[in-house]
Design a protein around this ligand. Structure first.
Ligand SMILES: O=C(O)COP(=O)(O)O
Ligand SMILES: [Mg+2]
Length: 214
């Protein structure tokens, strides 16, 4: 039985608008100027702490640890105001399930916020295992994050595929010996991915109906 490992931000969910709004509210509290959505989108991928660090650095301000806590306190209850699964993603998750695929999430987002979002969007039931950026001592691009998913489900790398929108996903998958599919609808760069996919709606055709090409 194959396994599809999904990244969250920029792959399953178009989450940048709520991340953008929360980050700007926190920055306002430090009298720092807001960023555009496009600017914030480029900062997503390494988890909440790095996001806040990048924002402070871009404003030439000294990083404040407390700002990460403020960000998460603001973000968790506001994380699904604008955030939705990408078009075709829920149908794709259904199709993988119907084809007998197991499904998991490997995200750099902290696990508490991840659960809040999966519950709010009624997506929890699709996934057998969800690992956040603070679930293990390592996170993507460390292959140990992807290996943690394989170990948690008793799966071998050759039976899995990682679907992600960022270099962190491609590198973590490659390091763990897992094939990668670049989610070209997301926020990042797919250099080095084994396959690329234009829209979430195309995933089942790419991976289920013609697995020999995957
Ligand atoms: O929260 C982030 O910065 C990235 O999260 P992702 O790993 O789900 O893309
Ligand atoms: Mg991502």
């Amino acid at each position: 039985m194959p396994l599809a490992i999904f990244d969250l931000d920029g792959t399953l969910l178009d989450s940048a608008p709520d991340i953008h709004a929360s980050l700007n509210r926190v920055l306002e509290g430090y009298a720092l100027a807001p960023f555009t959505l496009a600017e914030v989108t480029k900062m997503i991928g390494d988890g909440a702490r790095t996001l806040v660090e990048k924002a402070f650095a871009a404003r030439g301000a000294a990083f404040q640890e407390e700002a990460v806590k403020r960000f998460l306190t603001d973000y968790e209850p506001n994380s699904t105001v604008l955030t939705r699964p990408y078009p075709g993603m829920v149908e794709a998750l259904e199709a993988f399930g119907q084809a007998g695929w197991r499904r998991a999430i490997c995200t750099n987002k902290p696990i508490a916020a991840t659960w809040v979002m999966l519950d709010a969007l009624d997506l929890r039931g699709y996934f057998e295992l969800v690992l956040g950026g603070d679930s293990l001592p390592v996170k993507k691009p460390d292959p140990g994050h992807v290996r943690g998913v394989l170990e948690g489900l008793g799966m071998s790398a050759s039976d899995a595929v990682m679907i992600g929108d960022h270099q962190n996903d491609i590198r973590a998958a490659a390091g763990a010996g897992v094939r990668s599919v670049f989610a070209a609808w997301g926020y990042g760069d797919g250099a080095g991915a084994d396959l690329a996919c234009a829209t979430a709606a195309d995933l089942p055709d790419l991976l289920i109906t013609s697995p020999a090409t995957a």
